[in-house]
Design a protein around this ligand. Structure first.
Ligand code: NAP
Length: 465
């Protein structure tokens, strides 16, 4: 095989890998094809890596092998974390991805310094700044999600101005280096300033907003990889980085839209702090509550039930008990569906993943737009640990922080039952008027325990049908 043939084969493999990445993104967008998406993404990455190893520019394999062993040593245990730790695990992956992009950019600079062409200096500078700030930002995000760092937004007066000044300083240093690449002493200062900015970017954001931030950081890591592709003249890296960057950005936009929040509100809003009611005093209003026995009786008399899962179901890990309830009711002729709000829980697809883990059929998981029309014909809307995504104030109260957020119209069902531990607020920290409606019954208790008790009552009583 001539060197020309090898190069052609490598180029062909890169095109195949790029097609694989695009298919992976396409298939990952539905739970039915997601496994296929993961597989094709893995194969495409493998093809790209192996093709690169055959590149004639790779002259020695020793260091690659050492890095591979260290990487696998870190990656394998990271892949084994519990489902609930996936957001922080993802944040760590972005931190590593961004660090590698930054380190390669740094190496490229020192290989060429002090005679770095202006355009290349611009590329390297941007890539190193984005890679560095994404590295420290992702570490802070992971720390907040793992609760090693305080979850609450840490803010102080003049913070945004100060943070933006630090970013401006990093960019200023980069521009100086583009004009004077020979000022090599400025390069490490630029890196340190970018690393500090990453910390300042994420520290003021509340723990509960981290999924949106992580998706944004994912996007930054992708763009820094794409820039690295330009520096290294690697087309596959440009394509993969651009896909990663664009998809992360689109996901962040989708999440912000579903929460009816703007990017600026997520990044600078200090959301996720507890909101105190206007008077400062929490009013005590009566609610109607019911026992598992009463709930079981109502459910067994229903012919159409819509279950609305939320963050509380995830915390309680109640999905398997919910599956038992679903099994019992469907076996006894009740039509049971699940209403999925796009931002229920704390990460995109949170409810789909949990319900899939409990083997609930995909065709029973109905998206918000499709299920909302069915609530008026629903006998019971059973809310399990969801709060904000069912709050009618989003439709009616223009002073509410969630005003305008699309919600599940559970209040239109004939009876509403809400399983939660007490009158605690959800992520937005606000009251939910749904709980005070005449048709609403509060089922106080841990989601797993309460659903288990309902199932026990249903199976023990066995009066349905
Ligand atoms: P939520 O509004 O946060 O409410 C969850 C409710 O679950 C709480 O009110 C809590 O009430 C209850 N709960 C907690 N632990 C429980 C347990 N062990 N058993 C039973 N109930 C329990 O949840 P949501 O309705 O799913 O809404 C999600 C919120 O997160 C939205 O505001 C969304 O904008 C935001 N968010 C989502 C994402 C995403 O990607 N999905 C990302 C960022 C932010 P008690 O304390 O009374 O039990």
């Amino acid at each position: 095989m001539t060197p020309g043939d090898v190069q052609q084969l490598i180029d062909f493999s890169y095109i195949a890998a790029a097609i694989g990445f695009i298919l992976a993104l396409k298939w990952l967008s539905s739970p039915v094809s997601a496994m296929r998406g993961v597989l094709i993404g893995e194969i495409a990455s493998g093809v790209a890596v192996v093709a690169t190893l055959f590149d004639p520019q790779v002259t020695e394999y020793k260091w690659i092998l050492i890095a591979l062993i260290i990487g696998a040593g870190v990656g394998v245990p990271l892949g084994m974390v519990k489902m609930t730790a996936v957001p922080q695990r993802t944040a760590l992956s972005h931190a590593f991805g961004a660090l590698s992009a930054a380190l390669i950019g740094i190496a490229e600079y020192y290989v060429a310094a002090p005679n770095v062409p202006k355009f290349e200096m611009g590329e390297i500078g941007l890539e190193v700044i984005i890679g560095s700030l994404t590295f420290t930002g992702s570490l802070i995000a992971a720390g907040k999600l793992q609760e090693i760092l305080p979850q609450r937004p840490i803010t102080y007066k003049g913070q945004n101005f100060f943070s933006l000044s630090v970013l401006a300083a990093a960019i200023g240093l980069m521009v100086t280096l583009v004009v004077h690449p020979e000022y090599t002493q400025l390069f490490p200062i630029m890196i340190v300033v970018a690393l500090i900015f990453g910390i300042m970017l994420v520290t003021p954001i509340g723990g509960a907003d981290m999924p949106t931030v992580i998706s944004l950081l994912n996007s930054y890591a992708g763009f820094s990889a794409a820039l690295l592709g330009f520096v290294l003249n690697s087309k596959v890296l440009v394509v993969a980085g651009a896909l990663d960057g664009a998809s992360g950005f689109i996901l962040s936009v989708v999440m912000c839209k579903a929460m009816n929040r703007s990017f600026t509100n997520v990044l600078f809003g200090g959301f996720g702090q507890i909101h105190v009611s206007a008077t400062g005093v929490k009013e005590e209003r009566p609610v109607r509550s019911a026992t598992p026995e009463e709930a079981a009786a109502i459910l067994s008399a229903a012919s159409k039930v819509v279950i609305v899962p939320g963050y509380g179901m995830a915390v309680a890990q109640a999905q398997h008990k919910v599956r038992e309830l679903y099994d019992y009711l469907t076996k006894h002729g009740v039509d049971v569906k699940f209403a999925i709000h796009p931002v229920a829980g704390r990460m995109p697809g949170h409810m789909n993943v949990l319900l899939a883990e409990a083997d609930i059929p995909y065709d029973k998981l109905i998206d918000m737009e499709d299920i909302n029309g069915e609530f008026p014909q629903t006998d019971v809307a059973l809310i399990i640990g969801a709060n904000d995504v069912t709050n009618p104030a989003a439709r009616t109260d223009n002073t509410s922080p969630i005003y305008g957020m699309p919600i599940l119209d559970v209040d239109k069902a004939r009876t509403v039952m809400v399983i939660k531990r007490g009158m605690g607020a959800g992520f937005a920290g606000i009251e939910n008027p749904l709980y005070y409606m005449d048709k609403t019954l509060m089922l106080f208790g841990d989601a797993k325990g309460f659903v288990g008790n309902i199932v026990r009552e249903l199976s023990g009583g066995g009066s349905h049908g």
